[in-house]
Write a protein that binds this ligand. Sequence first.
Ligand code: ADE
Length: 432
Amino acid sequence: MTGPAAPGGAATVEGEPQVEGTQIAQAGERRIDWAARAMPVLQALGTRFAAERPLDGVRIAACLHVTAETAVLMGALKAGGADIALAASNPLSTQDDVAAALAGYGIAVHAKAGVDRDTYYRHIHAALDIAPEIVLDDGCDLVNTLHTERVELLPGVSGGCEETTTGIIRLRQMAAEQALRFPMVAVNDTRTKRMFDNRYGTGQSTLDGIMRATNTLLAGKTVVVAGFGYCGRGVAERAKGLGARVIVTEIDPVKALDALLQGYEVRPMSAAAETGDVFVTVTGNRDVIRGEHLERMKDGAILANAGHFDVEVDVRALESLALTVNPAVRPSTDEYVLADGRRLLLLAEGRLVNLTAAEGHPAAVMDMSFSAQALAITWLARERATLAPGVYDVPAEIDAEVARLKLAAASVEIDTLTATQEDYLHSWRAGS
Ligand code: ADE
C-alpha cells in the first residue's frame, strides 16, 4: 500500500526502499501526465473547480480502478476542495506507480496490484475511515460494505455516484428492497458514458487485453461475445473490424435481434462453445460459461471476461475439469489442461481482462465518463439536502455539457436550431 507523502512530495511504497519508491512515483507522474493530455474536458473542469471550490472540505471515499485516468479525476476533485481517500475497485487493476504518485499529490490511496480478497476489503475499510460525506463507487463494493459492515458511518453519508452497469444493478436492487440509505447517482447511465466508454472503451481495451496477453491473430478467428449491451456491442464491433467472425450469445430477445440485424451470428452458448476460438463474457451475470460449455470447447480456446466481477466464467468448473494448470504461460494467461489433452487458456484469472491484461479504457473516453462523474458529484454536493434515498439519473444538462466541451476541445462545431425550427418542435398544431 502506498504511504503518505514524504518530504519533497515523493511517495513511499510499502516494502520498497525510499529511492525505488520515488522512482515508482515519478513513473506514475509521467503516466498521469500522458493520460491528462487526452482528457481536456476533465482538465478544464479541474481549472474551473480550482476557482469555484464546489467541494470545499467535502470528504469523499472513492472505490475506483486506480489508473492514470482515475488520477486525473482525483486531481480535479481535489482542486475543487475535496478531501479524498481512494481504494481500488478491483484487486488486479491497480497501477502501482500511479498509486504512488497519487499519494505524493496528497490523496490517501489504499491499493496495491495483486492483493488477496481480505486485503482488498481492508483497503475499502481504510478508505471509509475518512468518514465520507460523498462516496464514489465502481461496482458497488464500497456502498455494500457501508450498508453491511460500516453502518455507523451511514448517517454521515449524504450521497454518492456509481460508475458501472453492475453497480447500478446492485443499487437498484437495494433501492427496491428499501435497503439503500442515501441517494446514488447513476453515472453509468449517462449517454456520454454508455455511448462512448462502454462501447468504444470496453471494445478497444478488451481486445487490447486479449492481444497483449496472447498475441493471437484475430483475423479469421471465431470470437464469441456473450452479452450484447453497449459493452458487448463494442467488443463485437472491434473484433469484426479486426477480421474475426463474431458470434453473439444473448438472453434478451430484443438485443439478440439487434445483433442479428447488425450482421452477427446469434447462437446459444452450448452451440457457440464448439466453434469459438476466443470467448468474451460481458453480461454482468454469473456462470455464463459453465462446465457443460467448457467440455465442448476446442483445444486452445481463449477465455476472457470483460464484465465487472470474476463470476462470468465458472473458474471452479474449469479447475475441476483440468488435470494440470500451467500458470503464466504468457502474461495474464493460465493454461488448463483437460483429461483428453485439450488446453483452455484463461486470461486474467477470469477478472476484467481490459484492466488486468491491458490498461483499461483509453484516456480519451475516460475524459467523458469522468467529466460526467465530476459534474455529477458537484451537482450532488449542491442538491444532497433535497434528495431522498434512491437511484437518480444524472441531469441531462450534464450530459450535454460534457459533449459540448469534448466537441469544443476537438474544434468541432455543430448546428443550432433556428427560431422556426424551435417553434416547429414545440408546436403540435403543425401538420404535413
Ligand atoms: N474503467 C475502465 N477503464 C478505466 C480506466 N482507464 N480508469 C478507470 N476506470 C476504468
